[in-house]
Design a protein. Structure first.
Length: 629
């Protein structure tokens, strides 16, 4: 077994070294299905930018993902299809001009859309896209008035209570919904035959009708604080515009996100900007820079994951025995050094006493750092802290920022501090829980504790560590698992929580650890691996995938390796699964194990099939094989 494990470690190490970019980064795709591909076609056609090569390439990728029954899915085991994704694909293919309604695959798609309840059943944010491109009626009202942007931090609900992703996507929608902006072209297809029902306009937006009392509450608050004369309204629109413009990244995108940039372009059009304005041209070029190639097809990424991939790979290679002085590691870490943040971002609103020092997710992110990328990068560069004074400065700034980001409840969120007002879950916006809040999570809290425990001299009795452990103990599920917010899902959260607590001195015999171990062993598959469905995310309970994936298996094993002093049979079986499945190519290889929004946004990280098996094999080897030589 030892020789086989080393052989597999060497194979992955060589693969990763070979795939490093010239700047030291790893640029693996951030794959999120076909929605962004479809939206890019719709955007190009709406702006009458005839980039035919790109449009044709996106058409080919969208068609390659269509199922036999005519639908498109978000993940393999979703069922008979996803109505939102299918409408988006159908609309984009028609708008491209390269597919017609009477094409066989298009007829099949239309049948499935109607069988799934019609266009009125798509996700709320797809309805916004359809509204602003003239395919769907705008609602008579929006549940959050634009004037919220003017409310002070002292108001019970204000603009800064929303998460950064919520602000980024809602701000342009405030502007667009205010004047019911819509734009159609001579190429615009007619989607009216996708409606199953014909109700009054408000019925199309029944989600928005559920909480009129919330809207009344907001308006009353705004009126009592600042009144509602017209100039206040125009001031709010101006502030919304400035919020977007002040957060444009160097590549022209709004926060480096496809969705917010897409919406910003339309919002600026509605405010009178020409499509040839320099801001618009730069934004479009920024979106085009998100293009990548996957299996011979062009994919429009939602964002890039370059910092995330690079930090994970650099650390995994070092854990596998690659010297920190190896040119591959040095190039990677100097790239990461160049991506530390020096700008204040929205995070400073709730954390005003810390200097910038975190890292973001994408290649060009300069003002939207997150806790996970910061700990991942600090892991990667930790051996360089004693090599160069510059790395020591970078390290100290990163640690200081990280410590400052702990929530008052003891846990860690992703982007901001204390952005978790429960009342926001009840705003009548689909996915509000995921879009509008940034709560403490088991994955962020566990991984941060693991970093503190294994890579710093922080005392195990330090209040930050004690409060983090307490948060995890208080948020364990009854079955012994933890819910992971940014991965799929309970296996992910449990891995992070267990490895985090073990690293800061919690005994493997602690009842919470033992309960988690029992749960992991109970859900192991007969082939020795683990696998979890994206349905877990939707149903908020563990749902087995019915097959094993390399990444889920690596996470589960890494947790077990952290707990046990000897390689129990279940660990051995899991290691054998990884070794036997290392170069397997089937649907489990590309199954998404990352999530952005339950039921709407899932991520296939192409680096994970290398990073996490490599880490797990390395940890197994260090603990069980080297220690027994």
């Amino acid at each position: 077994m030892r020789l086989i494990i080393q052989k597999e470690i060497n194979r992955i190490v060589n693969q990763l070294k070979h795939e490093q970019s010239s700047d030291g980064s790893w640029r693996y795709p951030f794959e999120t299905g076909i929605s962004t591909d479809a939206y890019m076609i719709i955007l190009l056609r709406t702006l009458e930018i005839n980039d035919e090569d790109l449009i044709k390439a996106l058409v080919e990728r969208i068609e390659s993902k269509q199922q036999g029954n005519g639908a498109w899915k978000l993940f393999y085991d979703e069922g008979e299809g996803n109505v939102t994704t299918t409408v988006e694909a159908y609309y984009a293919l028609l708008y491209s001009g390269y597919r017609k309604k009477n094409d066989k695959n298009m007829q099949a798609a239309k049948r499935r859309i109607l069988e799934m309840g019609g266009i009125e059943n798509v996700h709320m944010f797809a309805k916004f896209m359809l509204s602003l491109t003239g395919q769907y009626p705008w609602p008579k009202f929006f549940p959050i008035p634009v004037e919220i942007i003017l409310l002070p931090l002292s108001f019970p609900i204000n603009f800064w209570d929303f998460s950064v992703s919520g602000r980024a996507n809602l701000t342009p929608i405030f502007i667009l919904s205010d004047n019911k902006y819509r734009v159609k072209t001579k190429r615009s297809p007619d989607l009216s035959d996708l409606f199953v029902s014909r109700f009054e306009e408000d019925d199309y937006w029944r989600l928005l009708q559920m909480e009129r009392s919330f809207l009344s509450y907001m308006k009353q608050g705004i009126k009592s604080f600042i009144g509602l004369p017209e100039y206040i309204h125009s001031t709010a629109i101006h502030h919304a515009k400035q919020y977007m413009l002040n957060r444009i990244e160097p590549d022209g995108t709004f926060y480096s996100y496809f969705s917010s940039t897409f919406l910003m372009i339309f919002a600026l059009l509605s405010l009178g900007y020409s499509k040839n304005h320099p801001i618009m041209i730069k934004a479009m070029n920024g979106l085009k820079s998100f293009v990548c190639q996957i299996n011979g097809y062009i994919h429009m990424q939602y964002t890039t994951a370059t910092v995330w991939n690079t930090s994970l790979v650099s650390y995994a290679l070092q854990e596998a025995g690659v010297s920190s002085t190896d040119p591959v590691i040095e190039k990677a870490n100097r790239y990461l050094l160049s991506r530390q943040h020096y700008r204040y971002g929205d995070w400073a609103i709730h954390n005003p006493y810390s200097l910038p020092g975190g890292w973001g997710f994408s290649n060009i992110n300069t003002m939207n750092p997150d806790v996970d990328d910061t700990t991942a990068t600090l892991r990667a560069i930790h051996k360089w802290v004693t090599k160069e004074p510059l790395f020591r400065q970078v390290w100290d700034r990163g640690i200081h920022w990280l410590l400052s980001m702990q929530n008052d409840d003891g846990g860690y969120g992703a982007f901001e501090k204390n952005v978790n007002k429960r009342i926001l879950h009840h705003i009548p916006i689909q996915g509000a829980e995921f879009l509008l809040t940034d709560p403490s999570t088991a994955d962020l809290t566990g991984r941060t504790l693991e970093f503190f425990g294994n890579f710093t001299n922080l005392s195990k009795q330090h209040p930050t560590i004690q409060r983090g452990v307490e948060w995890l103990l208080n948020h364990q599920e009854k079955n012994g698992s933890w819910y992971g917010r940014w991965g799929i899902c309970y296996i992910y959260g449990t891995w992070a929580a267990v490895t985090g607590m073990i690293s800061v001195g919690v005994s493997p015999k602690h009842p919470a650890i033992q309960k988690a171990v029992k749960w992991l062993l109970n859900i192991q598959n007969h082939d020795g691996g683990w696998g979890e469905s994206c349905k877990s995310d939707i149903k908020k309970t563990y749902v087995p995938l019915g097959a094993s994936t390399l990444t889920h298996t690596a996470w589960a094993l890494d947790a077990l390796i952290a707990v046990f002093d000897e390689p129990i049979p279940e660990i051995q079986a899991g290691i054998k699964f990884i070794l036997q499945s290392a170069e397997r190519e089937d649907w489990t290889t590309s199954y998404p194990v990352g999530q952005g929004m339950a039921g709407g946004f899932y991520i296939h990280y192409h680096s994970y099939q290398y990073v996490f098996p490599l880490l797990t094999l390395s940890h197994y080897q260090k603990k069980f094989e080297i220690s027994h030589v």
